[in-house]
Design a binder for this molecule. Structure first.
Ligand code: SF4
Length: 367
């Protein structure tokens, strides 16, 4: 795996910077402002995306802010330029989902992922702009999805991976009825400066407990654990070198104003005296495919690729991780060519260690 691929497998679109919630751990800088994406931006992105979607599976992920805060009319207008082969996804806090939104999801064939951190007492950081708990509204939105028999994924942020929390989260998600669960240990990034340093054994134990909970009732696709198991199986088969893509997926994020930030949506909207606004171009002036063809020349991207090579030569977890996330390096280390971050310790190294710990603890006697 070297350099960036010219064609991504998905793009992230920001229909508005606005979020109707004000979660304590949110990284977004302009979430109180409603800066809307003009339809011209979506048309420009679609001009590159539509041909890609004909030859391979391709997704547009509507992310925010809170994408539903843009409203159905605006979101429909932004989706209209994309062809029938493009899959649409929304990552939503679910608080605005009602019957009308569910009908919208059906009509526009939108796959829904809901942000929810477990039972009520684990959602204390998720509050409205008035500072009131958002949990009841989240659950009402999920109930609407279930009424309409719409399958959905869940994405949970964990800020305290204490013993018992992983099993609690998994059991909660079984009741919630999600098909897929992604788990993020809270990250220090963007405007969220809370630290994410945890006792290594506790984080490893969290992941081991999550695997154990999943193995008891493997009804949910568990994003991180399934990837770890695929990696472990590939190591045993001697095929681990084939697992990472040959080139990094650039995962372009298209900000509301058409600017394109590759590799890390979390960098969009930030500026730095040395790196500028992190953007590799703007789709209103340059086609997306042309921006991506030159993206490796963006100053910080070259530095990040140097960091990936440093990971490759120094980290025993590289084959599993592929070199970590650009935004975590920048927000934790202040540069892109470093290697280990707290994020990669929590969510790559200890994840793999947790899966192995579970396997060791459940070895059959005599093996
Ligand atoms: S686990 Fe950390 S140090 Fe290792 S390859 Fe990933 S980002 Fe680099």
């Amino acid at each position: 795996m070297r350099g960036l691929a010219a064609v991504p497998s998905y793009v992230v679109m920001q229909p508005t910077t606005l979020c109707n919630l004000d979660c304590a751990y949110c990284y977004l800088p302009f979430r109180a402002a409603d800066r809307r994406m003009p339809v011209a931006v979506a048309e420009a992105v679609a001009a590159s995306v539509n041909p890609w979607a004909v030859s391979a599976r391709f997704s547009v992920v509507w992310h925010g802010g809170e994408p539903l805060a843009a409203g159905r009319e605006q979101l429909a207008a932004l989706m209209a330029p994309f062809g029938p082969d493009v899959e649409h996804h929304v990552q939503t806090n679910a608080t605005l989902i009602d019957d009308a939104w569910c009908e919208f999801f059906v009509t526009h064939r939108v796959r829904v992922s809901v942000s929810v951190d477990g039972p009520r007492e684990r959602n204390g950081d998720r509050v409205t702009r008035a500072g009131r708990p958002a949990y009841d509204r989240i659950v009402r939105g999920v109930a609407a999805l279930r009424r309409h028999a719409l399958p959905f994924s869940a994405l949970a942020v964990v800020n305290d991976p204490a013993p018992g929390r992983a099993a609690e989260l998994y059991d909660y998600c079984l009741d919630l009825g999600c098909e897929v669960l992604g788990v993020n240990i809270e990250e220090t990034e963007g405007v969220n400066r809370r630290d994410n340093v945890h006792d290594p054994a506790v984080v490893t134990g969290f992941w081991a407990e999550l695997v154990a909970a999943w193995r008891r009732k493997p009804q949910i696709h568990l994003r991180e654990v399934e990837w770890s198991l695929r990696y472990a199986a590939a190591v045993l088969d001697g095929t681990a070198d084939d697992l990472l893509p040959r080139r990094l997926d650039p995962i372009p994020t298209i900000a509301h104003d058409g600017s394109v930030v590759v590799l890390s949506p979390e960098l969009a909207g930030f500026t730095d005296p040395h790196y500028g606004d992190f953007s590799s171009g703007n789709v209103l002036t340059t086609p997306l495919h042309a921006i991506l063809a030159e993206a490796e020349r963006t100053n910080w991207v070259g530095e990040f690729l140097t960091g990936v090579e440093a990971c490759r030569s120094s980290c025993p977890y590289f084959g599993f991780c592929g070199g970590g996330h650009a935004a975590n390096r920048y927000f934790e280390l202040g540069r892109f060519d470093g290697t280990e971050t707290e994020h990669c310790r929590n969510s790559k190294i200890r994840l793999l260690e947790g899966v192995l710990e579970h396997a060791r603890n459940h070895q059959s006697p005599g093996v």
